[in-house]
Design a binder for this molecule. Structure first.
Ligand code: GMT
Length: 399
């Protein structure tokens, strides 16, 4: 098959999922074309059968807001025609599904067609999509997609409640991890030089937006370390980082809190962690929690959105009401204090992630969905090109 993938290429769960899906599809022999404004952050420079098409938003003095959605639609249309794509898979509804609809209309105008699959990730439904400025176009774009998926049951329910979405079935396909990458045993200790002897390692990974409640991470940590001496690693960056730094100073734990910034590979760090904190206000799935679990790290999180589909209370971690810093700290202390309990939880976490969210199973579900989409179009899938032919690969990258 030939699949176009559009996502936000910067740091964030939806871009990570989209990119890793594309890499896995290419490894299974499909041809994958990323169409976005920047090379996705988890996409290495060159891989067989993967192509990157940059969207160039022309600048013009009249445009205070350059119309990215239109430039994206034109690029989608161009790439579908040039490479004969079967499917355009949009990750995050706005504006990607809208641009795909425009591209498909342009194709139909020329007697051509493409199937549009939209995967809903979170705030495209729970926040942005419900903003009065965007509600109608989000609903329209979801309804005009040929197939729609959501990354959790919670998000599927939210979508139906917020948009009604008549005539569109929303299929749940959970996010996934590569168990080979997220494997505690596979990585040498990366952070031990920063961890004083005998201290536990607590970790948080996020884009540090308000929804992540990073102050609660620091507050929870301060309570835990008072009972179980620990170190906190904050991975990622975003608008709330300064607040978290300030909170650490206010609570007198700044010397035990390390801000590591944006990092491309978190698996080597997670492999050295004892506890993962994710106290988000809302989380449709919580990919970072899954990556921690797969790495054998128990997760203490808020019982928000789809997190209860990922973390098994008392088995792989603990869930507390949003903002319940005391409860999260108590749960963290209980897990860290008891070595036997920690080991059992760590093993259960890694096993459960492999049983329920392994890459192989989930990617097969997307493949089956593309098959259905192509069958519904009445066409045979387009043959992928023989590969690798180095000259062709190099010439097409970034085309
Ligand atoms: O919806 C967002 O806020 C963006 C998105 C992202 O790119 O990080 O996050 C969402 O998608 C992830 C991947 O499916 C989920 O793991 C996150 O839970 C979800 N974020 C929220 O719901 C806040």
């Amino acid at each position: 098959m030939k699949i176009g993938i559009t996502c936000y290429p910067t740091y964030g769960g939806s871009g990570a999922v989209a990119t890793e899906l594309g890499i896995a599809l290419a490894a299974r022999g499909h041809e994958v074309h990323f169409i976005t404004y920047q090379q996705p952050f988890r996409l290495p420079n060159f891989l067989p059968r993967i192509f990157f098409h940059e969207v160039d938003v022309g600048r013009y003095p009249l445009f205070e807001y350059p119309p990215y959605d239109l430039a994206l639609a034109v690029r989608m249309h161009e790439v579908v025609r040039a490479h004969g794509l079967d499917v355009l898979h949009c990750h995050y509804a706005l504006p990607h599904a809208t641009s795909a609809w425009i591209a498909r209309e342009m194709l139909r105008d020329k007697g051509d067609d493409v199937q549009v699959v939209t995967t809903l990730h979170g705030t495209d439904i729970t926040i942005v999509g419900q903003d009065p400025s965007f509600h109608a176009i989000t609903k329209f774009s979801i309804e005009r997609s040929n197939f729609v998926t959501a990354v959790s049951e919670y998000l599927r329910r939210e979508t139906l409640a917020a948009f009604g979405c008549s005539g569109c079935a929303v299929e749940v396909i959970h996010n996934f991890v590569d168990p080979v990458v997220y494997d505690r045993a596979a990585h040498p200790p990366a952070l031990s030089w920063l961890v004083p002897r005998g201290r536990k390692v607590i970790m948080h990974v996020s884009n540090m937006r308000a929804v992540k409640r990073v102050r609660d991470v620091v507050r929870t940590f301060a309570r835990v370390t008072a009972e179980v001496p620990s170190v906190l690693f904050m991975v990622g960056d975003g608008p709330e980082r300064v607040d978290a730094e300030q909170e650490a100073r206010a609570l007198g734990v700044e010397r035990q809190v390390h801000f590591l910034g944006k990092l491309e590979a978190v698996a080597p760090l997670l492999a050295g962690a004892d506890l993962f904190l994710l106290p988000s206000q809302s989380e449709s799935f919580g990919l970072s929690a899954l990556e921690a679990l797969a790495s054998g790290v128990p997760v203490v999180a808020s019982d928000a959105g789809g997190l209860s589909e990922v973390v098994r209370e008392g088995v792989t971690g603990a869930l507390c009401p949003v903002g319940d810093v005391e409860g999260m700290a108590a749960a963290g202390i209980e897990i860290l204090r008891d070595a036997e309990r920690w080991r059992a939880m760590s093993e259960a976490a890694a096993q459960d992630a492999r049983d329920r969210f392994t890459l192989e199973k989930v990617v097969a579900r997307y493949e089956a969905l593309y098959d259905r989409a192509i069958a519904a179009s009445g066409r045979a899938p387009r043959p992928t090109r023989p590969f690798p032919t180095p000259a062709e690969g190099v010439a097409t990258l970034g085309a």
